[in-house]
Write a protein that binds this ligand. Structure first.
Ligand code: ADP
Ligand code: ASP
Ligand code: MG
Length: 409
């Protein structure tokens, strides 16, 4: 008998037939004597639709009310999944994030889990139930509903697996594992048998939405080994775990593309100490996360000024613009320009630590494809470039071909 956490994403519960399919899968484990906690997402498209509705009411709705709204998506699915199990004569009960004991901080729409008290979950499991928990949501210690950032049901599953000390944590989705790149973009993508936490973390934060990056960070911190696999077949999936020395033999494990970034440029910012600190403090106060930053060479000598560019998520662009409109005089920039027609292409692999010339090879491949590089950032195990959105998928295919198909026959 094992204690298992299974998470089913939006497409795996996309319609009533899919929910019945999930119930059949869960029943197999329950019948075998396992205790099963099932975490479900909102049905495919539901969260996006709720965001769209809110946007039709006002351009920047209150974050607290957004959470109240978005949490309803997962609540629909837990109840339907419980009913689907009941119809198969499996005892099951649904719980909201709060009922499952998930306590978060108060940063609405991007809340962090502070602690989980799973007593009730254990009691219900011990009484023979399958426990179905709403993904993506929690509650502050003073009772406000929060959500954990897009894709946050992954985090619910991993955090619960850690809190209940599960024997197994399975993330069921619509692909049968983690691939070397998004199989929708590159048909030659290969399924990985295993991948290190750090590689998965980079790929996820750089656009591979197969896992929410915060969930991978959590798994790494608390040593939760988990498997990504398909809810539609029984193929073996991909294991995400601690790095092994054998993993260093591969230079590039994966290629990712993030189309959800936008570039903001503040033109003619005074080039003097303290200005950058002010700019990024204002963004942080508005909970806008920034990614790459580029500061150009300064011009002028009497009152030198410079252009400062950085990338934010498209969803935060309007917020970022509002922030700067409010502090134009304080910061003293001349104008602000934005560009949504960008994408971030990255290559990731722990093997990069011990191999030279990887960046040069990547830039050559992009040059041969006539792709212009707008920004670059690197770490020990990744290289990212900002390129134009047009042609970005073609660039992914070229990079994948050189670093994976040809280099790893
Ligand atoms: P879920 O609804 O189950 O959470 P998501 O849509 O969030 O599923 O994530 C699964 C999708 O992630 C896949 O359909 C695939 O297109 C995309 N994806 C992006 N990069 C990768 C990758 N490297 N490996 C596998 N899938 C990927
Ligand atoms: N429903 C939420 C979203 O679409 C959470 C999730 O699917 O994991 O982002
Ligand atoms: Mg997801």
């Amino acid at each position: 008998m094992a204690l298992i956490v299974q998470k089913y994403g939006g497409s795996s519960v996309g319609d009533v037939e899919r929910i019945k399919n999930v119930a059949r899968r869960v029943k197999q484990y329950h019948d075998a004597g396992d205790q099963v906690i099932v975490v479900v997402s909102a049905m495919r498209g539901v969260t996006d639709n709720l965001i769209r509705l809110a946007g039709e009411i006002m351009p920047i709705p209150s974050d607290r009310e957004m959470d109240m709204l978005l949490a309803t998506g997962e609540q629909t699915t837990i109840a339907l999944t419980a009913m689907a199990l009941h119809s198969l004569d499996v005892p099951a009960i649904s719980l909201t994030g709060a009922q499952a004991g998930i306590v978060t901080d108060g940063v609405h729409t991007k809340a962090k889990i502070q602690n989980i008290t799973p007593q009730q979950v254990h009691q219900l499991l011990d009484a023979g139930n399958v426990v179905i928990v709403a993904g993506f949501q929690g509650q502050t210690s003073d009772g406000h509903i929060t959500t954990l950032g897009r894709g946050g049901s992954d985090l619910t599953a991993i955090a619960l697996a850690s809190a209940v000390k599960a024997d197994l944590c399975q993330i069921f989705t619509d692909v049968d594992g983690v691939y070397t790149t998004d199989p929708r973009i590159c048909p030659k993508a290969r399924k990985l048998t295993e991948i290190a936490y750090d590689e998965m973390l980079e790929l996820a934060s750089l656009g591979a939405k197969v896992m929410q990056s915060r969930s991978v960070e959590f798994a790494k911190k608390f040593g939760v080994v988990f498997e990504v696999r398909s809810s539609l077949n029984d193929n073996p999936g991909t294991l995400i775990k601690e790095e092994t020395t054998a993993m260093e033999g591969v230079v590039v494990r994966g290629v990712s593309l993030d189309k959800n970034q936008a570039k903001v440029t503040l033109v003619a910012v005074p080039d003097k100490p303290g200005v950058a600190a002010k700019i990024f403090k204002h963004l942080a106060d508005a909970t806008v996360n920034i990614d790459m930053i580029v500061q150009n060479v300064s011009h002028g000598t009497a009152a030198p000024s410079t252009d400062l560019s950085f990338t934010v998520e498209k969803a935060d662009l309007l917020k970022a613009q509002r922030v700067f409109e409010g502090v134009r005089v304080e910061i003293g920039y001349r104008e602000i320009s934005t560009d949504e027609n960008i994408a971030k292409l990255s290559i990731v692999g722990v093997g990069m630590r011990s191999h030279a010339g990887v960046a040069a090879k990547m830039f050559e491949i992009l040059a041969a494809e006539d792709v212009n590089i707008g920004m670059i950032s690197t770490s020990e195990i990744k290289i990212s470039v900002v390129i134009s959105l047009d042609g970005a998928e073609r660039a992914v295919q070229a990079v994948h071909k050189a670093f994976i198909e040809e280099a790893q026959p």
